[in-house]
Design a protein around this ligand. Sequence first.
Ligand code: 13P
Length: 256
Amino acid sequence: MQNKVIIGNQKMNVTAGQTRKFLNVFVPAVEHINYQIGICVPYTSLAVCKRALKDTNVIFGAQNVSEFERGAYTGEVSSEMLADIGCKMTLVGHSERRKYFSEQNSQINNKIKQNLRYNIVSVLCIGESKRERTAGQTQNILCKQLDECLSGLYENELDNIIIAYEPIWAIGTGQTATAKQIEEAVDYIRKEISRLYNDKASKNIIVLYGGSVKPDNVKSFMGIKNLNGFLVGGVSLDAKAFSELIQVYAGKSNKK
Ligand code: 13P
C-alpha cells in the first residue's frame, strides 16, 4: 500500500447497478491520480467492482468480514471468500458496526487475523464518542481499541493494517474534527504503536482520518503532519464530488 491513501465507504447505500454507474464516471476521473485510491462497497457490488476495476488504479474492498474461517455461520462472509473475489481490503470495527451490531474489540481482532491469512488489508476504524471526548477519555479509548484490536499481531503484519481515526461525533454530522484535534489523535495513535511495537512501526503505519471530509474542507486537513489520507463516507456516493475531493488532495484542483 502506498503511503498516501483515500478510501471511500459507501455503507449500505448502493445496488450493484448503481455501483456500475458510479464506476463508469469515477474511474476515468481519477485515472491519473498517482496515490492509492480505494472504495468499500456492499457485498453485492463486489462482483461489479471486480470486473470494472481490473487494470485500473482503484482497489476495492468490503465493509465487514466474518471473524470465523468457515462453517455454520449463516449470513457471514469470510476472508477467503473476499480474497477469492479479488478484495484487497476490508473495513473492520467501523463505529456503526460497534454501535448497531455490538461488535467487540476481541471480534475485530479475530477479523484482522482472518484477513491476514488471506493477505487482505484491514482498515481498522477507531474513535471516541462525543461524551468520551468531553470527559477527557479520547486517548484512553484509542489506547484500549488499539491494544485489543491489534492483540497478538506481529510487527510485520502491520503492513496489512491501516488505522482510520474516525471520531464518532464527526461521522455523517457535517461536524469535522479540527486539524488540531486530528493531529493530536494521530500523534497519540503513532505513540501507542511505538509503545506496542517500535518507532519504525509507528512511522510506517498508515493513519487516515474520517468524519465529514468533503471537497470543500479537505484542504484544511492537508497540512496535518503524520496523516496519510482519508476515509470518506457520504461524499464517496457521488462520483463527481468524490473525484473532486481526490483531485484536491492531489493538488490538482483550483478549489480554495
Ligand atoms: P462521512 O464522511 O459521511 O462523515 O462518513 C465517514 C465514515 O463513516 C467513513 O467510514
